[in-house]
Design a protein around this ligand. Sequence first.
Ligand SMILES: Nc1ncnc2c1ncn2[C@@H]1O[C@H](COP(=O)(O)OP(=O)(O)OP(=O)(O)O)[C@@H](O)[C@H]1O
Ligand SMILES: [Mg+2]
Length: 143
Amino acid sequence: MSTREFTTHSSDETITLGRKLAEILKPPRLVLLRGDLGAGKTTLVKGIAEAFNAASEEDVTSPTFTLIHEYHGPEVNVYHIDLYRIDTQRELETLGLDDLMGDNSILLIEWGEKFGRFERERDVEIALERVGENERRVRVTSN
Ligand SMILES: Nc1ncnc2c1ncn2[C@@H]1O[C@H](COP(=O)(O)OP(=O)(O)OP(=O)(O)O)[C@@H](O)[C@H]1O
Ligand SMILES: [Mg+2]
């Protein structure tokens, strides 16, 4: 297990970090994005999805209500999932996340730590922490 730590000073820097982190995300990968509301999880996904030519940063928006956003690149499918509103095992099952896990898939899950299953199964954890108005600490842990 290894942990790397970064600090960003703007949302643009977090997007740039997302592009860089995409290099260590070879599919299939299950990635937990941890951090409070507004920590920058969705902002980071903008950079990751862009790096795989799956979406432009403007296209990536929060899946708060839709729960899953799919971005298909030439080689990689990025699934951005928000479990903030999912509370029960039953609700979780209706999302069918297992069906998304294919050879070319990267699942990026916000609030996945609500379910022990994802804490156990995740390949990578990215934890964002608000340090100041525009400053974020980003810790990346991979197995
Ligand atoms: N260094 C930074 N990195 C990321 N976002 C930043 C930074 N500085 C300021 N921000 C602002 O913080 C907010 C981060 O919002 P974002 O939607 O990415 O958070 P989130 O962690 O996905 O929250 P939620 O749990 O509500 O989905 C944005 O308004 C962004 O502009
Ligand atoms: Mg978000």
